[in-house]
Design a protein around this ligand. Structure first.
Ligand code: SF4
Ligand code: SF4
Length: 371
């Protein structure tokens, strides 16, 4: 039992690690620019689904999406085939954020709330509707259509400041606040009702050989497993959990007071909780490591070199004045002249920082001037 407590902490530690890593990248992306750190879109497997159509039929990624995003999707789908929604239960940073708000909520209210079944049941289908609608519009508009409404994108822009959150990301911020308040009351509020990626992993998990199995002869019907399940699955009432809602978090197994009453089985093999954690996280990192080693994992735009050729539309705020000149093949003096930048401003200045020297300077306006 003591070991179970440590395993629960280990799971939280892992979730915290992934959340901190993504938050750090999102912060650097905002502060230092898209050429330095990836956006949350580039790190979210959902971005790969959004770009799928444009990649297959146009051979290009949507803006902010890279080969690494596709690889993350591939890795997490493989995980879903083997370990159901193990990504959700052990890795996903947004799942982690909800769990940590859940811990705060439990401290405040001394209990977790459960949605009445008449509301819960239909709401669980909402994530499939979100999936179909968002993918349809992403494919149709050939852009990250969801971006302004995306709570995860709003989270990624927290460090961009109040103005960005209350204008460009107003809807996403409101949805984010609803999710965080919801998470104070209900476990995995977003995962249950809204996450399109959770819907995808759930569908894929249908073919997974993994499941929680309950041994009726050992079980003492204490119901602790059902009460502890963050996805509110009635574990104590079934022989095996094959629900698409199961996130393979292992909480039920770790809460069960009778050794052997609940087991995590992959095919006929029983896997210990630590083994599941090692496999899920290990496969995830192995996939990233191998693809990085062979040079196919990219989550950042390519550096501008003498060989680069970009059009004016592709200019970004993180590019320096020199990058713009090299990439667009416009003479550097001409760039300074057209953009009205004094010669005293170093050519290594990022476009987004030029406003510190030239009042009212805006990247979008600069692009128009260079056209
Ligand atoms: S359902 Fe979505 S938000 Fe929740 S853990 Fe899974 S991928 Fe993350
Ligand atoms: S059934 Fe068990 S492993 Fe599945 S979500 Fe519930 S607590 Fe987690």
């Amino acid at each position: 039992m003591k070991n179970n407590k440590y395993l629960k902490y280990l799971r939280w530690l892992l979730l915290a690690f992934f959340l901190i890593m993504v938050t750090r990248e999102a912060y650097l992306h905002q502060v230092q620019g898209g050429g330095v750190a990836p956006s949350v879109h580039a790190l979210c497997p959902y971005g790969a689904l959004e770009t799928f159509y444009s990649l297959v039929f146009g051979g290009t990624f949507l803006q902010k999406i890279f080969s690494g995003t596709m690889i993350l999707l591939g890795i997490t789908l493989v995980l879903a085939v083997i370990f159901r929604r193990g990504f959700c239960g052990l890795i996903c940073p947004f799942g982690a954020l909800q769990e940590f708000f859940g811990i705060i909520g439990k401290k405040i209210f001394h209990k977790r709330f459960i949605m009445p079944i008449a509301i819960d049941k239909p709401l669980r289908y909402l994530k499939y509707i979100v999936l179909v609608v968002t993918i349809y519009f992403a494919w149709k508009t050939a852009g990250l259509w969801m971006d302004p409404y995306d709570p995860w994108a709003a989270y990624g822009h927290l460090s961009a400041g109040y103005e960005s959150l209350t204008t460009e990301y107003l809807v996403g911020t409101i949805v984010l606040v609803i999710i965080l308040v919801g998470s104070l009351l209900y476990d995995r509020f977003f995962c249950k009702y809204l996450c399109p990626m959770g819907a995808v992993y759930g569908i894929v998990s249908k073919i997974s050989p993994s499941k929680i199995v309950r041994d009726k002869d050992i079980c003492i019907n204490c119901n602790l497993c059902s009460k502890s399940c963050p996805m509110n699955i009635d574990v104590a009432e079934v022989d095996k959990v094959i629900s698409t809602e199961c996130i393979s978090c292992q909480v039920c197994v770790l809460t069960c007071p009778k050794v052997g009453a609940l087991k995590y089985k992959t095919g006929k093999k029983t896997l210990k909780t630590l083994t599941v954690i090692i496999f899920v996280v290990g496969l995830f990192f192995m996939g990233v490591f191998i693809s990085k080693t062979v040079g196919v994992f990219e989550v950042l735009p390519k550096q501008i070199t003498q060989e680069s050729q970009i059009n004016v539309e592709e200019i970004k705020g993180y590019m320096t004045i020199k990058d713009v000149s090299i990439g667009t093949k416009i003479e550097i003096e001409e760039v300074y002249k057209k953009l009205g930048i004094p010669a005293s401003v170093p050519e290594s200045t990022k476009l987004k920082d030029v406003q510190n020297f030239v009042e009212g300077f805006e990247v979008e306006v600069a692009k128009e001037k260079l056209k």
